[in-house]
Design a protein around this ligand. Structure first.
Ligand code: ADP
Ligand code: MG
Length: 688
């Protein structure tokens, strides 16, 4: 047996063992016992079917409440059994449970599930029969501390129902906290406990009572342990000599394209090809072992999969530190491929060689001029490390980066991660002085606990931004069939990222904008309070809308500030926030306003500047004033230069100082909304 459901009574017993209040109960198997048993428990009682084959008892007509007499109890017994039989004639019926009827209270749900990626997860929210409809739940990955439990409670939208809503008395929040704490303990203690719903648990002005428990046990739960990984020495990512195995002169071959990009590598490059003496103008060797140079640090392998084991053996003998296996046809393809993949890892490890891939686009390290991929044009050096589970996305991002003046310290396509995986690249990027910020494109993570441990450590020093695919049910199914393994649910990923300090975004543009925001020394805004300054009335209105949608808090301007601005702004300015400097605003008007705001920067945490192009104010003038303003305060300045090419010069001035200028207002607020969610857990309508 691997999976079973506890009966209602066993469920109650388990809960009471952990100090969770449950109704008094007895089980009867004969109608004639129902009356006296009900009387002994004390009227009114509730009676429910006991059957391992009926999960939702109410749906089967298996629950009767408000039973007040012996006679009623007896007929309820017969009714429940008859209903259950009618519902499922093969159901195994163990009897009827008779329990105390708990007083009405606020119906809440406490649930738990075992996520394939992140392990035990606990949920809390509004319960009862409306639970699916309301979807007002919070979720945390175990273990959690008491503060976090308190936040689980205060974070639900319906929290006012607990503190007392419209004249109803406040509920016993402390009791609830204690119960959730006990539930967490139960979940952690009970090794075979896979998932459960305590729905509902009724919360009162004083005390609580769980009136239903669906508990699923499983004696075959596999939780991945956090594995201690051997970090890759940083010099592995600073090779001085490279061999290309399968290098070619045939432009239709992968070995041609890869070799072509490596011609720019300033170190030594050796084409390996057993049929030719030269490749793309360089002397070629039949095998890597024939290269006279003593040391080759990195080998790129493009030969067909069946030849990879032999080639790997030679690389090992030659002392290659990293083998980038571009070749596909391994685990992603077949059982046979998976075996071949295991074999190459074994061979490599025998010699201390580490593998990137297989089935990947390769590795690009722009600061040292290394590009082992076949992208059309190598990216520029910069300070973003981009780690991607999709080669196609690497290709796209690199191409796009060239037009956006974005540079990289490291670009990796992780492929099948047979040996080196997300963890290794994350650590390499963390240790790399060139890298200021890390962006990951993730389809799925195998060992969520290890991931959280490593990324939490990394994100303390360097911002980590993640784009996670598979937020839709269809997307998750696609990812599962793609890799053949179960992925954790997206909600759990959101929580795992939040908990580990990873900023989750939904688009590539968002990822790069967020990365640029975070690579500025000011990093996160110090709070949620915002002021908007603009010369565009229409965008002032949109700014207010977006602020609300993404959890940005627009402050009210105090009188003294309005007065100060009054002294130089046109008579009919709006005297409110957003501060509308009007369409004819000059550089001087912006400058003075910024000076006043900088002087009063205790009032706000971030200042959004929304500018549009016109003949009174050039984009350079505006950009220069924004830079000056940003230097005069330690609060974050977040500009959007709206418009087309006429704003590019201004945008470039800001970009050069690591201040991203957004081209679209919604995008700016959305990115800021994510930052706020990350640190202040502002749950805004538009964020997730
Ligand atoms: P189901 O299997 O359909 O979820 P439940 O055991 O939750 O069955 O019972 C259905 C509903 O009956 C509960 O949501 C709750 O409102 C009410 N109920 C169940 N047990 C009790 C009880 N002991 N006291 C008061 N109400 C109860
Ligand atoms: Mg229920």
């Amino acid at each position: 047996m691997t999976e079973w459901m506890l009966s209602e009574s066993d469920g109650y017993d388990l809960l009471s063992k952990y100090g969770i209040p449950t109704p008094k109960y007895k089980i009867v198997t004969r109608a004639e016992d129902a009356g006296s048993t009900a009387e002994a428990i004390g009227f009114p009682v509730v009676m429910k079917i006991m059957s391992p084959d009926i999960v939702h008892k109410s749906d089967a007509g298996g629950v009767i409440v408000g039973i007040g007499t012996k006679e009623a109890a007896q007929s309820a017994f017969n009714q429940i059994v008859a209903n259950a039989r009618a519902y499922n004639q093969n159901a195994d019926i163990h009897g009827v449970i008779i329990e105390n009827q708990a007083a009405p209270g606020l119906e809440l749900i406490i649930g738990g599930k075992t996520d394939p990626t992140f392990g035990k997860v606990i949920t809390f929210g509004i319960g009862g029969t409306l639970v699916e409809l309301m979807k007002d739940v919070t979720l945390r990955i175990l273990p959690i501390d008491e503060d976090e439990i308190r936040r689980m409670v205060t974070d639900i939208d319906s929290y006012p129902l607990i503190t007392g809503y419209r004249g109803s008395k406040p509920k016993d929040e402390e009791c609830l906290i204690q119960i959730i704490k006990n539930v967490c303990k139960m979940f952690e203690d009970q090794k075979d406990l896979r998932e459960f719903d305590i729905n509902p648990i009724r919360l009162y002005d004083s005390g609580a009572c769980a009136v239903d428990a669906r508990i699923i046990m499983d004696d075959d739960i596999h939780l991945l342990d956090v594995v201690e990984l051997e970090p890759v020495p940083p010099e592995y990512f600073r090779p001085k000599s490279v061999a290309v195995i399968g290098a070619s002169d045939d432009t239709s071959k992968m070995g041609y394209a890869v070799m072509h990009n490596l011609l720019h590598f300033p170190g030594k490059v050796y084409p390996i090809n057993n049929k030719r003496d030269t490749i793309q103008g360089l002397q070629a060797y039949p095998t890597i072992l024939d290269v006279p140079d003593e040391e080759i640090d990195l080998a790129v392998i493009t030969v067909p999969a069946r030849h990879v084991p032999g080639v790997m053996e030679e690389c090992g003998k030659k002392g290659v530190k990293i083998a980038v296996v571009i070749t596909a046809g391994f685990k992603e393809m077949s059982e046979e491929g998976a075996m071949l993949e295991e074999r190459i890892v074994q061979i490599a490890h025998r010699y201390g060689t580490r593998i990137v891939g297989p089935n990947c686009l390769g590795l690009i390290i722009p600061p040292i001029g290394l590009d082992t991929t076949y992208v059309a044009q190598s990216p520029n050096p910069g300070n973003i490390a981009f780690i991607s589970q999709s080669g196609a996305i690497v290709n796209t991002v690199v191409d796009w980066s060239l037009t956006k003046d974005i540079g990289f310290s490291l670009v990796v396509s992780v492929g099948n991660q047979a040996d080196l995986n997300f963890f290794d690249y994350l650590r390499a990027a963390a240790a790399d002085p060139e890298t200021k910020v890390i962006i990951m494109y993730i389809e799925q993570i195998k060992n969520g606990k290890a991931f959280m441990e490593i990324v939490s450590e990394v994100s303390r020093h360097k911002p980590v931004v993640a784009l996670k695919a598979g937020s839709s049910a269809r997307g998750q199914a696609a990812a599962a069939s793609h890799t053949g393994s179960l992925s954790g649910s997206y909600d759990v990923y959101i929580e795992a990222f939040r908990k580990s300090g990873v900023l989750l975004v939904h688009t590539l543009t968002g990822a790069f904008l967020a990365a640029e925001m975070l690579s500025h020394p000011k990093r996160y805004p110090k709070g949620r309070r915002a002021i908007v300054v603009t010369n565009a009335g229409g965008f002032a209105v949109l700014s207010s809308d977006y602020s609300e949608r993404y959890g940005v808090k627009m402050i009210d301007l105090p009188d003294y500030l309005v007065k100060e601005l009054d002294s130089f702004l046109p008579e009919f300015w709006n005297r409110g926030n957003p501060v509308d400097l009007l369409g004819d605003a000059t550089e001087g008007r912006f400058e003075k306003t910024f000076e006043v705001l900088a002087k009063n920067d205790a009032l706000w945490d971030m200042c959004f500047i929304v500018g549009f192009p016109n003949n009174i104010l050039s984009s350079e003038q505006l950009a220069n004033q924004i830079l000056k303003f940003s230097k005069s305060t330690d609060k974050r300045i977040i500009p959007t230069l709206l418009g087309g090419a006429s704003m590019d010069r201004g945008r470039n001035i800001l970009h050069a100082q690591n201040i991203p200028s957004f081209e679209e207002l919604d995008m700016m607020y959305r990115v800021v909304g994510r930052l706020l969610y990350q640190i202040y857990r502002v749950k805004a309508q538009g964020v997730y």
